[in-house]
Each structure stands twice: as C-alpha cells, then as structure tokens.
Write a protein that binds this ligand. Structure first.
Ligand code: DUC
Ligand code: ZN
Ligand code: ZN
Length: 470
C-alpha cells in the first residue's frame, strides 16, 4: 500500500451522526482511511485540540448575478470562493439566472465562463427560471437536468423575475417530469407593490421602509401558496430563506398534510432584525435583503425551527453589494428610495461561525446537527452526497478544521469578500475555521490563502436525494 499524501492526526471528527477520535488518511484527493496509527504520509497535519468536520456547503449564494442597470455585485467567483474558503466552505451553489428571452443553455454557458479557472472552492449551479417558455420547460430544462443541473429557483416577486401562479404550476410540472428540485422565493408581489405605493404616497423613502413594505403576511401568504401549488402538482419543493414563525407554521402544516416541503433559513434571520434598517441616514441600506430581517419573536421562531428540525439546510444567501458605491447600495436611484436599493447582503464567510457560536456554543444544537445543517444536508438535498458532505472512506477530502475555543469579533477588516462592509459587524463569536482543505489540498491555513485560484472545480450533481457513487 502506498503511503498517504496527507494524514490529519489527533483531531475529533464529527459527521452529521457521530463524533469520534480518529486520524484521516488522504490519497489522491479522497479520504482513503479513518483510524489510528495510519502510518506514513508525505504531510501530517496536527489537529489536536481541533474539530475535524466536512467542509461547509453553502447552497444559496449569488455571484456576479446581473442585478439591474448600473448595479454590480461585489463578488465575482474569485472573491466569493476565496471568502467562502476562509469561512470554512468547500462547495458553493450559486444561482445561474435566465434573463427574460434568454435560453437556459446560454445562461449556463455564460455563467460557466465566469467561474472557469477562477474558483477556490468547488461550485455547482442552480438554475433560475424567469421565462418558462415551452422551449425552456420541455427541451432545455430536461436536458440540463440530465447534465447535472438538478435544481431550479422560481420567484414570486420582483419585476422581470416573478412568475404567475400558472407559470409556477407549469414550471413545477416540468421539474417533476425531469426530477429537478424546485426552490421558491415566497413573497406576495402584489402586496409588496401595494405597500410600496402607500409608502411613496407618504414620502417614505428611507431604507427602513424596505422592511415594513415586505411584512410577514406577504411571506406567509406566498409560502402557503407555493406549498399549495406544489401539492396540486404533487412535487417536492424547497422554501428558501424562511424568516419567521408564520412561514414555519405553513411549512409544518404542509408537511402534516403529507407534502414534501424542504426549508432553509439564513443567519440574517437569527441575529439581525428590522431595527437594523432603522438607523439615522442611509446606513440601514446595509441590511436591505429579502425577505427582510424581522423581530426578536421571529428570531426565536427560526431558532426553534432549527432546533426542532424544521430546517433542512442553513445557507448564507450571500448576495453582496458594496455600500459606498454608486453601483451598490448607494446607486443614485437607491439614494432616492429604498425600493431601488440593491437587494442582498454579504455573508458567505460569516455564516458558519455565527451558526457554530450561536448554535453549538450556546447549546441550541449539537455538533452533529451543525454538520447536518452546514454540510451534509446540502449534499443530500442537491445531489452531491456522499462524494461531498461527510467524512467517510471514498468521499472527497473536503475538510475543515475548527478551533472551538477561538474567539473573534466579526468585522469587515478580517473578511475576504468583495463587499466593503459586513452586516454582522461587531458580533462576537466563539469557534472559528482555521484550516480548509479541498479534495485533499490546503486552501486556507493560519489565516492565509494557500492555493491558487482555479483549484475549485465545477461539480455535476445527481438528482436530489439520489446517491452519487463516491
Ligand atoms: N432573494 C435571494 O434569494 N437573494 C437575495 C435577494 C432575494 O430576493
Ligand atoms: Zn430569494
Ligand atoms: Zn438568495
């Protein structure tokens, strides 16, 4: 037997089900052995005192996504995946947006061009369907699903992106036919438009009105409707970025009726509130995202949902725009009214430290549930398991070493994204990713980047829940 390329020695391994002491032998980018006294390796990494976890998977990020006239996202594939690697992530699933009138294939080719050769983590794309023509639904989508693009998102809000209920039904039916997992952005667009018009009548233009014009009932109603539409078609769905207890109740009611409803929440719904948008001046724009952060009762409800297993996955919804930038939050139109402020916040690097510190550190979830929410369930949900999402013989050696005792204060100056601020500035966390490995290669260690861009590769996926051979 040839010696290992690398042995990770002396750490405590945790998967979504078990916590145990073992060393890891890595050969050719994969985990080749788990055990003690594994013998020789070209390199040994001392993990004593550290947790050894599967690399984080963030299945909800936006990178270089076209965002409207004069608006530019703060991260391209290089900066987003670099930031992710520092945050303990090894795989990202960004969204590939179909523009109206654009073929899905064209959108996918363009997006591959942006990612190719530029990534520090592995990546795989969800589709966003905005133009559900017969060509899109009956020709392009099935072919792309065959090629490993096995999930798609539909929007119930946003001019130029939202689908009618009939279009959603047709898209769900097409997804069912080819085995794609539909993800839904659930907010009632007419309700939001109505409230925005009332706000405009009253001259309410400050960022805080972003939150009050996208209230909980607008999300609750759309969540209910999305689940009902999926029931009518009889297809599983994923409700993304769930922000409050009413939406959680709709998800639980759907499940109680026997529907397969998956759910995701995000850090902004655990540690931010609408009060963060209500600051003097324009600062509140730093927190403009949709659905907006809510209130402390909603935070408690989302934690309860995490603790009770309502949520399958925890994602960042990283959607970064620079603050002090005319192509970002301070777009000239955005300065005039909240309704034009680019919608989204950065978070791919801070998401796991927040969940670890607030979740594991404060006794809300155990380490195994942390692994499930931050890695394993993403891999299972989106067709990457068991190649990704676990520590097992045969799996990719995507591994992150965590120092459970290291304390940090989240602040812009320690982060690596392309944004010029973090909405999580000043939050103290305990627990920090100190070493990130992708397919056996160290990407980040001791606070430094250790690999060249291009080390990350595109990952073709199986259908949701289908096992991939490792
Ligand atoms: N939806 C997302 O998923 N991300 C950012 C903005 C949005 O509306
Ligand atoms: Zn969304
Ligand atoms: Zn998003």
């Amino acid at each position: 037997m040839t010696p290992f390329d690398t042995i990770i020695a002396g750490g405590t391994i945790a998967t979504s089900s078990d916590t145990f002491r073992a060393d890891i032998g890595i050969r050719d980018g994969r985990i080749a052995a788990l055990g003690l006294d594994l013998g020789d390796a070209a390199e040994t990494i001392d993990a004593s005192g550290l947790l050894v976890l599967p690399g984080g998977i963030d299945s909800h990020v936006h990178i270089s996504q076209p965002s409207g006239e004069g608006v530019t996202m703060a991260d391209d594939f290089e900066s987003a995946t670099r930031s992710a690697a520092f945050g303990g992530m090894t795989t990202l699933l960004p969204f590939c947006l179909q523009a109206k009138g654009q073929g899905l294939r064209d959108a996918v080719s363009w997006y591959h061009g942006l990612a190719e050769g530029n990534c520090y983590t592995d990546v795989s794309f969800h589709l966003i369907v905005t133009d559900p023509t017969p060509q899109t639904l009956n020709q392009d989508l099935p072919a792309l699903v065959e090629d490993g693009y096995t999930s798609l998102k539909v929007f119930m809000t946003y001019e130029g992106m939202k689908l009618t209920d009939r279009e959603i039904l047709d898209t769900l039916e097409a997804a069912k036919a080819c085995g794609a997992l539909p993800m839904v952005h659930a907010e009632n667009d007419d309700a939001i438009e109505y409230l925005r018009d009332r706000a405009a009548d009253q001259g309410d233009t400050a960022p805080k009105f972003h939150a009050s014009t996208r209230p909980i009932p607008a999300e609750r109603e759309a969540t209910h409707r999305a689940i009902a539409l999926a029931e009518i078609v009889d297809v599983p769905i994923m409700i993304v970025h769930v922000s409050n207890g009413d939406a959680i109740s709709e998800i639980e009611a759907g499940r109680a009726r026997g529907s397969v409803v998956h759910a995701e929440t995000c850090p902004q719904y655990l540690v931010l509130t609408a009060d963060d948008l209500d600051t003097a001046g324009f600062d509140g724009a730093k927190y403009v995202c949709s659905p907006p952060p809510r209130d402390t009762d909603s935070q408690i409800a989302c934690w309860s949902g995490i603790e009770r297993g309502v949520f399958d996955v925890f994602s960042s919804d990283h959607c970064p725009f620079r603050y002090d930038d005319a192509e970002g939050k301070k777009h000239p139109q955005g300065l005039r009214s909240f309704r034009w402020v680019p919608n989204g916040i950065p978070g791919v690097e801070t998401s796991l430290p927040i969940l670890f510190s607030e979740g594991v550190g404060k006794g809300r979830i155990d380490l195994n549930r942390f692994v499930a929410l931050s890695s394993t369930n993403h891999a299972k949900m989106y067709g990457l398991y068991p190649r990704k999402g676990t520590i097992a013989v045969g799996s990719d050696a995507d591994i992150v070493l965590w120092d459970p005792n290291r304390s940090e204060v989240l602040r812009q100056e320690i982060l690596h994204h392309g944004a010029d601020y973090t909405p999580y500035e000043g939050i103290a966390v305990t627990g920090w990713p100190v070493h990130t490995m992708l397919r056996g290669k160290t990407i980040v260690a001791d606070g430094e980047l250790r690999a060249d861009k291009g080390v990350g590769a595109y990952q073709r996926r199986a259908r949701s829940g289908e096992a991939l051979t490792v």
